[in-house]
Unconditional design. Structure first.
Length: 267
């Protein structure tokens, strides 16, 4: 039985995604009978789907990779949901098409997922791809992350969530937010209990390309979605938020709604 489903979503990154897929193949080599790789092309217009079919013909025929193409652009969260629907693993690992998995820790990661089986989400640490620096504060030991702590303090920098499929299918990511996966993570933690933050570094996170959703350009282009995200956090979880967090979240929602309105007026 498949234990871990690696889901790679991509849109118009036919060059970058190859590196991501190769890192997943390297990762799976350490546990090939327990890991599946699912690639979702989110209606790319740069012939990503055709190129991947050509490059990975052997792996696709052997079933080492499963490749799907959406007929219309769903956005990153919609594409991830599509991958999750196709997944058969007990755990889901989502990775963007410009990041890399750390294949050397594959066996250790699967052991940790077994160890922490009672948790709905395991957050693994990330390093910057460009220089290898740890993203966020260093912690010597793993720790539980309650809903209140997740909402008020977040994870220690950029982390990679690995989510139980059975729990994820009760919520899914919000497709209309085009990102903001933290909202679904919060809902899962609220329903199933605290997450676990592991110290193991499992992803190399690219920070220097302009088309990242987390870049300044990406954030501003999604201002309306981010404004809605902060508004939903306030509505759904206000009882768990500190007063300072409520004020900060309200300020963020206001600023993003304002930018969203100005941008719509100008265009």
């Amino acid at each position: 039985m498949t234990f871990l489903s690696i889901i790679i979503t991509t849109y118009n990154r036919k060059e970058l995604v190859i590196h991501t897929i190769n890192s997943a193949l390297d990762f799976a080599e350490h546990n090939s009978e327990r890991v599946e790789i699912i690639v979702v092309d989110d209606a790319s217009t740069d012939f990503t789907y055709e190129k991947l079919n050509e490059i990975y013909q052997k792996e696709l025929t052997a079933g080492d990779i499963r490749l799907f193409r959406s007929e219309k652009n769903l956005g990153v969260t919609g594409a991830k949901n599509l991958g999750a629907i196709q997944a058969g693993g007990e755990w889901l690992l989502f990775i963007d098409s410009d990041d890399l998995l750390v294949s050397e820790v594959a066996k250790e990661m699967l052991k940790l997922l077994q160890k922490y089986n009672k948790y709905p989400i395991i957050f693994f640490r990330c390093v910057e791809l460009e220089n290898g620096d740890l993203i966020g504060k260093y912690y010597q030991k793993p720790y539980e992350l309650s809903l209140k702590d997740f909402l008020n303090f977040g994870t220690p920098g950029e982390c990679m969530p690995v989510v139980k499929l059975s729990n994820f299918k009760l919520f899914f990511y919000y497709q209309d937010l085009k990102g903001c996966e933290g909202l679904t993570c919060a809902e899962i933690i609220k329903q199933f209990g605290p997450a676990m933050v592991e110290t193991l570094v499992a992803r190399r996170y690219r920070t220097e390309n302009d088309d990242r959703l987390s870049s300044v350009k990406g954030v501003l282009s999604r201002a309306c979605f981010i404004a809605k995200y902060h508004s939903l956090i306030l509505v759904k979880f206000y009882k768990e938020l500190f007063v300072t967090t409520i004020l900060k979240t309200m300020a963020k929602a206001f600023c993003y709604w304002l930018y969203c309105f100005i941008h719509k007026v100008k265009h």
